[in-house]
Design a protein around this ligand. Structure first.
Ligand code: ARG
Length: 463
């Protein structure tokens, strides 16, 4: 197939463009993936032109037939189609091919339209679907956290602050902490879907158009909720792209936190989890290794998402109205972030479904320190000792135990009483790990009964 490389805008130029300019200016290598969106939006535009009697029905039919033929050509041999194409972007590539295919009529398609409104309309049309996909993967991952929380509503896990043992918690409560973060992410992407779902076509290069077009008609054919309000804003607005890059960054930061925990929990010192063989990797040199590459990569990708967000915002900073070629930089950033977050969401979900939590090991690790020290202080406080005094007393007991390499459970009642006379036999039961978590029965707390209530709330959430 031969494709004409003559520029659509060559009229006022006497010389051909420099080949380095062509190389530098072109976005075809990365925006070619928008071919379906570009063709669909062009068909809607052509249909509207006929409806508004700007071109004839026959002309539109020919254009639509040509566009559908191009769609088939690309689907059948994408590589070949683009290899022979020297156009500067996907919009020019398709329009040029249309003119080659159907001749003069093809030259009418661009009536009342500019690449400036065309490109951002294509991106909006593409991103709408992508955000919906992200939302569906996110919902699945959130459900997996909920299911794990149900399974482990009373499994004891050492809870950390400053990465030091702090207080015992339930694994279910931990899982629901991520359910909450993901729920907020879902809310942000749902908002983002609204800001994306706006038709830009009809804005022209920046001023609108003098043809009596019907923008609402195009919006309804393409399933856009709204049409843009201001043509200058419409061709320059990339807020919805920046929002999406932010949402992806924050989501990936949440996932990087969880991933870090999975890496830690898999190490030989903690051994809280056992990763299924299908979701772990080995070392080419050390035969014993079972590496958590999946969570490491999830953690690592957060950096590039943040980079993409900062690159987009920096590109937008100080841009004069309206369209500027700088805006072409939006696409590689959003494509990269969307592609990567989609795979991350899917693999995080599979990883989580194929990991075993070693309850005994978590219990053992939680039992060999002073993770229940706050409960000892609470015990005294419930008996009327001011908390600050109770804290001081328990601090002394901890120091006493550390010096003698002993734990609370090794102390006799007389030893307890040597620190405070209000300690009774019941201290032993009160500071069992199960009692510690059961006592945290405040709304939103870690007690199994509260985790069950939180589970009901999570399951009832309409998303
Ligand atoms: N490839 C361009 C982009 O991605 C399309 C719009 C070009 N418009 C123009 N007037 N050169 O932004």
């Amino acid at each position: 197939m031969t494709q004409d490389s003559k520029k659509l805008w060559s009229g006022r130029f006497k010389e051909a463009t420099a080949s380095l300019l062509d190389k530098f200016n072109s976005s075809l290598t990365f925006d070619k993936r928008l071919y379906k969106e570009d063709i669909t939006c062009s068909i809607a535009h052509a249909n509207m032109l006929a409806k508004c009697k700007i071109i004839s029905n026959e002309e539109t039919e020919e254009i639509v037939r040509g566009l559908n033929k191009i769609l088939t050509e690309i689907i059948e041999d994408e590589e070949g189609w683009f290899n022979t194409n020297k156009n500067e972007d996907i919009h020019s590539a398709i329009e040029t091919r249309l003119i080659n295919l159907i001749g003069e009529v093809g030259k009418k398609l661009h009536t009342g339209r500019s690449r400036n409104d065309q490109v951002i309309n294509d991106v909006r049309f593409w991103l709408k679907t992508e955000i919906k996909e992200i939302l569906s993967h996110l919902t699945i991952l959130r459900t997996t956290f909920i299911n794990l929380a149900r399974e482990h509503y009373k499994t004891i896990l050492p809870g950390y602050t400053h990465l030091q043992q702090a207080q015992p918690i339930t694994l279910g409560h931990y899982c629901l902490s991520y359910e909450q973060k993901l729920l907020r992410d879902i809310g942000r992407f749902s908002q983002n879907l609204k800001s994306t779902n706006v038709l830009a076509l009809g804005s022209g290069a920046l001023a609108g158009t003098s043809y009596s077009i019907d923008r609402e008609q195009v919006a309804s054919e393409l399933g856009f909720d709204r049409i843009s309000e201001n043509s200058i804003d419409a061709v320059s607005d990339r807020d919805f792209v920046a929002e999406c890059l932010f949402n992806i960054s924050l989501l990936s930061i949440h996932l990087s936190q969880w991933a870090e925990e999975m890496v830690l929990w898999n190490n030989d010192e903690l051994r809280f989890i056992i990763i299924a063989d299908a979701y772990a990797t080995g070392s080419s040199m050390m035969p014993q290794k079972k590496n958590p590459d999946i969570p490491e990569l999830i953690r690592g990708k957060a950096g590039r998402f943040l980079g993409n967000l900062v690159a987009m915002l920096t590109t937008l900073k100080g841009l004069p109205q309206a369209y500027n070629k700088d805006l072409q930089e939006d696409k590689e950033l959003i494509f990269d972030s969307v592609d990567n977050i989609k795979i991350i969401l899917q693999i995080a979900n599979e990883f989580l479904q194929n990991v075993t939590f070693d309850r005994n090991r978590m219990y053992e690790v939680a039992s060999n320190g002073f993770i229940n020290a706050t409960d000892v202080a609470d015990y005294l406080t419930h008996k009327g000792v001011p908390f600050r005094i109770a804290h001081e007393v328990v601090g002394q007991i901890v120091a006493y135990c550390i010096e003698r390499k002993r734990l609370f459970r090794d102390l006799s009642l007389s030893e307890w009483n040597s620190f405070h006379e209000l300690f009774g036999d019941d201290i032993v039961e009160r500071i069992r790990l199960e009692s510690c978590v059961e006592s945290k029965n405040v709304y939103g707390g870690t007690a199994p009964e509260e985790v069950v209530k939180a589970l009901y709330r999570a399951e009832a959430k309409e998303i």
